[in-house]
Design a protein around this ligand. Structure first.
Ligand code: NAD
Length: 487
């Protein structure tokens, strides 16, 4: 079992006390993790602030080399990450393999982005050379959630690092081991001391530590992925202290199955979208909105397909695609939503039962607006089928949520699907595919309560740099007579 430390200024530092990291499947302690307080967070921030000038001045080729090296090390240490993801996250082995396979791409895309930090030359009213350049901000805080601790952990800081910022990284309290492994990758890659710093903390100390890594004067931006509640609190502090914030928050995605949909495509996209990672994905499909003419066949096929998903606590058995909810608190919240729906008359097509934190893959129909499951992100292996006659009604159901992260439309007619996509209020939308989809270099993010700002691609370069105007006087400027040098 690993006893971890904080990684600050290139050194491993003891915490202020420790906390236990539990396996969601066995309940066993899988790590003894260093806890933190405001002073530890300050140490990390000060180290990052001290390292900033040199890192920002380093030429982009060197920064790209570090990032590519980090990607190589991540690939070489794939098994360590797979083990940590399964042990502390309770994920299906297929998901752990996907996440470890995908995440080096976040570093490689960031390495490539170092070549893409663009400036502008604008015309001048007075014969100057008007240069618009983009500069790094300073210290950036990266806060990651537990549901994709490696993919979203790397995403939280890779681009910020690439464009010349230094980092204070804070993993989620349920998945700190993955964060510690990431710090080991940074150390192994030889990142200069202070460029990347890691602080772990428990649920008891997260408010204190979380406050410091947002409001401290050296922090210039916060890269946050997590719940809308915490995201809004961070946004309020960031606003009050004039810091940039890139916030990727919750979601309640819909898939609209149009009357001409390919049935197999629809069933598979909906099943994957709703049940991958036990539904613990911000992009998870929670509403499956099916045209009335297909509803009977779709419901039968979907019910059969969901019933065929094997679930269990042995996560190294690849057949167990659905496993335990991350912790009992999250599971209890989900179970509350399921019971509320059942009590209010929702029809359980499959599942609906649970034992401790293992919740059966569940499919509802006849869900109504007064049910909590309609009003809230469920963040578990639960989805509901709705039917519609007019496409405008389907769009209305899809948009009837505070969230707006992603969506999907299934239709053989791409033009018709495009018309629907154009009316859906989401930051991302996929035609003939699942709501769950991501690539390292695309601008990922949501609208409404799903967040503000974009991770990935050119948008992330903008998120983690600031614009600066520099002029070069070429002799065209005349000052008013009273200010001229008198002969
Ligand atoms: P969470 O908001 O509870 O925690 C996210 C992170 O915030 C964790 O690292 C946590 O330790 C930290 N945190 C908690 N309180 C804090 C505070 N006071 N100050 C600073 N940091 C604090 O979310 P979670 O339960 O870990 O993740 C699930 C949520 O994340 C879901 O709502 C999901 O939809 C969302 N999510 C969004 C995306 C996206 O890209 N939009 C991706 C994954 C997950």
């Amino acid at each position: 079992m690993k006893h971890t430390k904080h990684y600050i200024n290139g050194k491993w530092i003891d915490g202020v006390g420790t906390f236990n990291n539990y396996s969601p499947s066995t309940g066993e302690v899988v790590g003894i993790i260093a806890d933190a307080n405001r002073e530890i967070a300050q140490k990390a921030i000060e180290a990052a602030a001290a390292a900033f000038p040199k890192w920002a001045a380093l030429d982009h080729v060197q920064r790209a080399k570090y990032l590519n090296k980090m990607a190589d090390i991540l690939e070489a240490r794939k098994q360590d990450f797979i083990d940590a993801l399964i042990d502390e996250g309770g994920y299906w082995i297929g998901k752990a393999m996907f996440e470890t396979g995908y995440s080096p791409g976040n570093f490689r895309a960031a390495a490539a982005a170092t070549y893409q930090v663009k400036g502008e030359i604008l015309p001048s009213d007075h014969g100057k050379v008007n240069m618009i350049v983009r500069e790094p901000l300073g210290v950036v805080t990266g806060i990651a959630p537990w549901n994709f601790p490696l993919l979203l952990g790397t995403r939280s800081f890779a681009m910020a690092l690439a464009v010349g910022n230094t980092i204070v990284s804070k993993p989620a309290e349920d998945t700190p081991l993955t964060g510690v492994l990431l710090a080991e990758v940074c150390e192994e890659a030889g990142l200069p001391p202070g460029v990347f710093n890691l602080v772990t903390c428990s649920r008891d100390t997260v408010n204190e530590v979380g406050d410091e890594i947002v409001v401290n004067k050296h922090i210039k931006a916060i890269s946050f992925t997590g719940s809308t509640t915490v995201g809004k609190a961070i946004a309020a502090k960031a606003g009050a202290h004039l810091k940039k914030a890139c916030l990727e928050l919750g979601g309640q995605a819909s898939i609209i199955v149009m009357d001409d949909a390919d049935m197999n495509k629809a069933v598979e996209a909906a099943t994957f979208g709703a049940y991958m990672n036990h539904g613990q994905i911000c992009m998870s499909t929670e509403r499956i909105i099916v045209h009335e003419s297909l509803a009977k066949e779709f419901t039968e096929r979907m019910t059969k397909n969901v019933a065929s998903i094997q679930y269990g606590l042995d996560l190294r058995n690849p057949a167990n695609a659905v496993g335990p909810i991350i912790n009992q608190k999250q599971a209890d919240r989900l179970i509350g939503l399921i019971n509320d729906a059942k009590t209010k008359g929702a029809k359980v097509l499959v599942g609906g039962e649970y034992e401790k934190n293992l919740v059966q893959p569940t499919l509802f129909s006849e869900v109504t607006k007064d049910m909590d499951i309609y009003q809230n992100e469920n963040f578990g292996p639960v989805a509901s089928i709705y039917t519609y006659v007019n496409i405008e009604d389907a769009i209305a159901i899809a948009n009837d949520t505070n969230y707006g992260l992603t969506g999907a439309v299934i239709s053989k007619d791409e033009n018709k699907a495009m018309e629907v996509v154009n009316k859906m209020q989401t930051g991302m939308c996929h035609i003939n595919c699942a709501t769950v989809y991501d690539e390292p270099h695309i601008p990922f993010g949501g609208v409404k309560d799903s967040g503000i700002g974009r991770h990935g691609g050119q948008a992330a370069i903008d998120s983690f740099t600031q614009t600066r105007w520099i002029t070069l006087e070429k002799g065209g400027r005349h000052y008013p007579p009273p200010f001229k040098e008198k002969a």
